[in-house]
Design a protein around this ligand. Sequence first.
Ligand code: ATP
Length: 252
Amino acid sequence: MLIEVPDSHPRAQSLHVREKLIEGFDKGLVAKAGLIAHGRGECFDYLIGEKTQHFAELATEAACAMLLLAEHPVLSLNGNVASLCPDEIIELSKAAGVPLEINLFYRTKEREDALLKHMEKHGAHEVLGVGNDETVQIEELQSKRRIVSKKGIYIADVVFVPLEDGDRTEALVASGKKVITVDLNPLSRTAQKAQITIVDNIVRTVPLMTEKIKEMKNYPQKRLGEILKNFDNKKNLQAALYFIMQRLKELS
Ligand code: ATP
C-alpha cells in the first residue's frame, strides 16, 4: 500500500481499489493509459451510486448464461483487470471452466512476463496468450492486440473482455465473436457495441459472476437460452442511463 486509508474514510473502498491499480502500475502490469481509464470508470461509478444496480445484475445473469452455453468461451484480461481482481478472475475461470487469456494493447515482453508471473503467483495454472502459449494474428484487430492465443480468442465463439476500448470490441464483433464486456460508462463505444454490457465496477462484477455461475451451472440449457433471449442490451443500457438521470435529478 502506498498510503494508509482508514476503513472509516468515506471513500475507503474506492481508494483501496485505486491503490491496487497504482501497485499494479509500479509492478509494470498496468499501462499509463490504464490509470486514466480507471479515472473515467470511477466517475461513472459515482453516478451509479457505487453499487451493483438492477440493470447490472440482469446483464451479469445474461453474461453467465452466454458463457455457459458457449462452445469455446474465453476470459480476456488486461493489466487493469489483473491488478484489480486477480484472485477473483481465477476463481471465475475455475468455476466456469473457462480459460484465461492475457491480451494487451500496450504489449511489451516485460509487461507480458510481469502479468504471467503475477497471475501464477495468484494461483493461475494456465494463462493463454503469453509465455510459451502459441499465438496467431487476427486480421481485424489493429495494434499488438491482434496477437491472440490459438487455443483462446482465435477459436472463441464468446469472449469476455472487460474494460476494453471501442475499436477492439468492434473488431471482435466483426470477426463473428460474441462479446461480453464490463464497462462503467454506458456511453462508451465498447458498451454500445458489445452483445452484453455489464455497467458495473469489475471488482463487484467478477465475484457476482462466480456466484451466479455456480448456481446457473445446474440450470437446463433451455432455461439458460431463455435468460439470453429475454435480455436486450440496448434496453438495458437505456435503463442504466435512465437510472443515472433519475439519480442526478433527485440529488440536484
Ligand atoms: P471506448 O473506446 O469504448 O469509447 P474508452 O475510450 O473510454 O472507450 P478505454 O479508456 O480503453 O476506452 O476504456 C476503459 C473503459 O473501462 C472506460 O469506458 C471506463 O469507464 C471503463 N472502466 C475503467 N475502470 C473500470 C472498472 N474498474 N470497472 C468497470 N469499468 C471500468
